[in-house]
Design a protein around this ligand. Structure first.
Ligand SMILES: *Cc1c(COP(=O)(O)O)cnc(C)c1O
Length: 350
C-alpha cells in the first residue's frame, strides 16, 4: 500500500458541532458549512453525520455543490447557496429545493422572474467587499425583497479570527443598521463570530472550519488523521544532499525515510525544510524540498525504522501544518480533498 491513509473521525466532527452549538447559545440555530466537499473531508459523509446529530441547515458555495448534497441528505434539510442564483442555476435551484443567498439586484431580479415564490435568502455586504448588497442598494430594494419573504438575511465578517480587530464591531453595527426590525431570521457569525460573543450570534450561526478541527476554534477536536507509509529508509553520510535542488545537506550521518505523499496530495511545498511528521508522538523533521509524490524525513533519532509517519491528528493540527507551510488551516484541509488518499470514516452513527 503506497498511498496515505486519511481517517476522518465523525465523532470528533459531531462533538465540535455540538460544542459550537452550545457556544451559539439557547434559541440560536447552529447550521453547518460544508462547501468545498466538506472542507476536503467529504461533504456527503460529513453532512449526513451532522444531520444525524441535529443540524437542519447546511451552506455550500455554489448550486452544483448543493445538488450533490441534496442527494446525500434527502429532501428535508435546508441547503443554502452562498453564491446565490447564477444564470443557468434556476432548474437546479427549483428541482432540488436549494435556497440561494441572493447577493445583488441582478440576482434578486433573476430569482423573482425565474422562480416567483421560491425560497431565497439575502446576503448583505457590511464591509468585507466580497459578496452581498451594499447599503445603498439594500436601501433601494429592501422593501420589495422583504415583502417576498426571505428565509434568512446574512452577512459575513472579514476579521472574526481576530477578536481585537475593530472591524468586527464596525461590521456588527452596520449589520444592525441594515437589518434591525426586518422581521426575518438573521445570521452573521461563522466559527470566529461564534467565539466573539452573543451579540454576534443573531438567529443562525454558520460554523465551518471549527467543525473540522481548525482555528480559530482552539478547543476543536482533531477530525482529520493522516498517516503516510514509508516507502524506503536509507542512511546518508555527512555532506550528502537530500531532494530537489539539494537544499538540505547532512552535517552528520543521518537516517532518513521517504514517505508516499507530496504537494500533489495537498501537502504544500513551502513546508520543505520546515515542517514535521510524527512517529508515536516524536517529531521528525522534513529534510529538503517536498516533491510532488514524496517527502523525505529525518528518522535518525527513532529506535526503529517506522512503517508509517503521521502528519495530521493528535500530534499535529491542521494549523500546525499550515504554520510550517506559511498558510492557514483551511488551505491544508481543502488540499486534502484532491489527495491520493485511502479514506476511512470512523464513528458518526450516534
Ligand atoms: C466559508 C464561510 C463560512 C464558514 O466560515 P468558517 O470560518 O470556516 O467557520 C460562513 N459564511 C460564509 C459566507 C462563508 O463563506
Amino acid at each position: 500500500m503506497a498511498t496515505g491513509s486519511l481517517t476522518i473521525d465523525l465523532d470528533a466532527l459531531v462533538s465540535n458541532w455540538k460544542a459550537l452549538d452550545a457556544a451559539s447559545g439557547a434559541g440560536v440555530e447552529t447550521a453547518a458549512v460544508v462547501k468545498a466537499d466538506g472542507y476536503g473531508l467529504g461533504g456527503a459523509r460529513v453532512a449526513r453525520a451532522l444531520a444525524r446529530a441535529g443540524a437542519r441547515r447546511f451552506f455550500v458555495a455554489v448550486a452544483e455543490e448543493g445538488a450533490e448534497l441534496r442527494q446525500a441528505l434527502g429532501p428535508h434539510p435546508e441547503i443554502c447557496v452562498f453564491g446565490g442564483h447564477m444564470a443557468g442555476d434556476s432548474d437546479m435551484i427549483s428541482d432540488l429545493g436549494l435556497v440561494p443567498m441572493l447577493n445583488s439586484v441582478e440576482q434578486l431580479t433573476r430569482h423573482f422572474e425565474a422562480l416567483p415564490g421560491a425560497p431565497f435568502g439575502i446576503q448583505l455586504d457590511t464591509g468585507m467587499n466580497r459578496l452581498g448588497l451594499e447599503v445603498a442598494e439594500w436601501a433601494a430594494v429592501a422593501e420589495i425583497a422583504l415583502a417576498a419573504g426571505p428565509t434568512l438575511v446574512m452577512s459575513h465578517l472579514a476579521c472574526s479570527d481576530d477578536p481585537d480587530s475593530p472591524v468586527n464591531a464596525k461590521q456588527l453595527e452596520m449589520f444592525r443598521a441594515m437589518t434591525d426590525g426586518c422581521g426575518v431570521p438573521r445570521s452573521l457569525a461563522a466559527t470566529g463570530g461564534i467565539l466573539l460573543g452573543p451579540e454576534y450570534h443573531f438567529d443562525v450561526t454558520r460554523p465551518g472550519v471549527g467543525l473540522y478541527g481548525g482555528l480559530p476554534f482552539e478547543e476543536a477536536a482533531p477530525v482529520a488523521h493522516l498517516s503516510l507509509p514509508v516507502i524506503q529508509t536509507r542512511e546518508i553520510e555527512q555532506g550528502e544532499i537530500v531532494g530537489y535542488g539539494g537544499t538540505w545537506t547532512a552535517d552528520e550521518d543521518t537516517v532518513m525515510a521517504t514517505v508516499a505523499a507530496g504537494y500533489g496530495d495537498g501537502l504544500i511545498r513551502a513546508m520543505g525544510n520546515k515542517g514535521h511528521l510524527f512517529h508515536e508522538g516524536i517529531p521528525c523533521a522534513i529534510l529538503g524540498r517536498v516533491s510532488m509524490d514524496l517527502i523525505t524525513v529525518d528518522v535518525s533519532h527513532l529506535d526503529h525504522a517506522p512503517r508509517a509517519l503521521d502528519i495530521l491528528g493528535v500530534d499535529q493540527t491542521v494549523d500546525d501544518v499550515a504554520e510550517a507551510a506559511g498558510t492557514i488551516g483551511y488551505e491544508i484541509l481543502t488540499g486534502l480533498g484532491g489527495g491520493r488518499y485511502r479514506r476511512q470514516y470512523t464513528g458518526g452513527q450516534g
